[in-house]
Design a protein around this ligand. Structure first.
Ligand code: GDP
Length: 439
């Protein structure tokens, strides 16, 4: 599901790698690529533009935390935007009423009858008595199909083969449901191959007569923007309560899932992902956004980093790096913040690609301990000004921290290499005209 979009977004975010903070210049290409990826996925152009404008606004000027790359931060922002785009919170169907009446609408072939069976199955599993009613008076095969599905999931199907009045059948079905003490009635209606006046009139009449608790509009997600347009037309006419997206198992683009909410302003409530009666899921915008981005782990990594890292502290350290004043105290603070993010093995596992590669590699949870011990054995003056740490001081530090001189030398070398790198990054940033907001 959504493979193409996921891959393209992944590529778009990768172009941001290696930058210290998100600036107008380095974000422009990424934003353009994200917009193109969305449009290619058949997302409505206006929607794609709004999304990318919002992402840009949120991303610009954000200092990038030490633990995450700008690309990772962009993934997080994108996740928030996509979740919002698809409606934010999960929306349940309303099953209040005695019985609750659920009216199913949509074009022929969209998956209405299949969904009616699935929904009956879903409601039955919640322990409610449920009945389905066949109101397609034009296609006897549709009535038969519903009967078969009802039998499969073990619920009653109400049918009137001789009756050609769908409004009457629906009302009779509700009467029957009351008599047999059903808590929920699901009414499957007739669809046509394209939106037409006769179908709209019929469904509007049924709706008016039965006054449903919930009217759902079923749409084939593989039809992309057509799905969105059909939903818009139906909604203008029958004002439905929610959308059911079907055939998401076959939809690799995802445009309908992404734009329907923004265009129609009605929530997606269910997604159907196969022909089996169990292949029905409630629609969770945040989970869907995660699936589209294909980077659930990056999102939690950034969330954890945002929780663990103090923004003011990050700014303070940024400033010190810019002035070439980064010292062992700062290093220790950084280590402590990384440790706050949690189990190292967990964290490494969250980095896409790395997790799998390191599956069987032992990661030493205590790797930071000697480093901390060494830094803590330094005097405040030494930490502040590492250049004074001579050979005899190193021997003293090794002794005090329970390590040996080689370990101290290694740490000193790593620290000096790091400072050298920071210095050259500062120089480069200076040449670029002071963009150096290096985290
Ligand atoms: P209706 O005309 O709207 O009642 O549509 P149907 O329920 O008869 O579905 C039309 C076709 O789509 C049938 O062959 C179904 O098996 C198939 N179908 C329905 N839902 C899904 C789904 O979620 N995934 C897939 N792959 N096929 C589906």
């Amino acid at each position: 599901m959504f493979d193409n979009l996921s891959n393209k977004l992944d590529r778009a975010f990768k172009t941001l790698k290696g930058q210290g903070s998100i600036t107008e210049i380095n974000v422009a290409t990424t934003i353009k690529e994200v917009r193109r990826a969305l449009v290619d996925a058949d997302v409505n152009y206006k929607v794609a533009k709004t999304v990318t404008d919002n992402i840009k606004e949120k991303a610009l000027g954000r200092d990038v935390l030490i633990a995450v790359s700008p690309g990772q931060l962009m993934v997080k922002i994108m996740h928030e935007e996509l979740t919002e785009l698809m409606g934010g919170e999960k929306q349940d169907i309303n099953l209040k009423g005695d019985p609750a009446i659920i009216l199913i609408s949509g074009l022929q072939g969209s998956g209405k009858t299949t969904f009616t069976g699935k929904l009956a199955n879903y409601i039955k599993k919640q322990g409610r008595s449920v009945m389905v009613a066949a109101c397609d008076v034009y296609r006897p095969a549709a009535i038969n199909q519903l009967q078969v599905l009802a039998e499969q999931v073990g619920v009653e199907a109400y049918t009137e083969l001789e009756n050609k009045n769908p409004v009457q059948i629906a009302l009779n079905a509700i009467e029957h449901a009351k008599k047999t003490h059903k808590k929920v009635v699901i009414i499957d209606t007739a669809g046509r191959l394209a939106v037409d006046e006769a179908m709209m009139k019929e469904i509007a009449e049924i709706k008016k007569a039965v006054n449903p608790t919930e009217t759902l509009f079923v749409v084939d997600s593989m039809t992309g923007q057509d799905a969105v347009n059909t939903a818009k037309t139906f909604n203008e006419r029958i004002n439905f309560d929610g959308v059911v997206l079907t055939k998401l198992d076959g939809d690799s683009r995802g445009g309908a899932a992404l734009s329907i909410r923004a265009v129609v302003e009605k929530p997606i409530k269910f997604i159907s992902t196969g022909e089996k009666m169990e292949a029905l899921d409630l629609f969770y915008p945040d989970r869907m956004a995660q699936r589209i981005l294909g980077m659930g782990d990056v999102i939690s990594l950034v969330e954890r980093a945002q929780q663990a890292f103090d923004e003011d502290e990050a700014k303070r350290i940024n400033k010190k790096i810019r002035k070439n004043q980064f010292n062992f105290d700062d290093f220790l603070t950084q280590l402590e913040q990384i440790k706050k993010m949690g189990d190292i093995k967990d964290l490494v596992g969250m980095i896409p690609g790395v997790g799998k590669a390191l599956k069987d590699v032992e990661i030493d949870e205590n790797a930071f301990k000697p480093i901390e011990a060494i830094i803590k054995s330094m005097t405040p003056e030494e930490r502040e000004n590492p250049d004074i740490i001579s050979g005899s001081r190193r021997a003293r530090i090794a002794k005090g921290s329970g390590t040996d001189v080689t370990q101290v030398n290694n740490l000193m070398k790593q620290f000096n290499d790091m400072r050298k790198m920071m210095r050259s990054m500062n120089k480069m940033a200076g040449k670029r005209g002071g963009l150096g907001n290096l985290a």
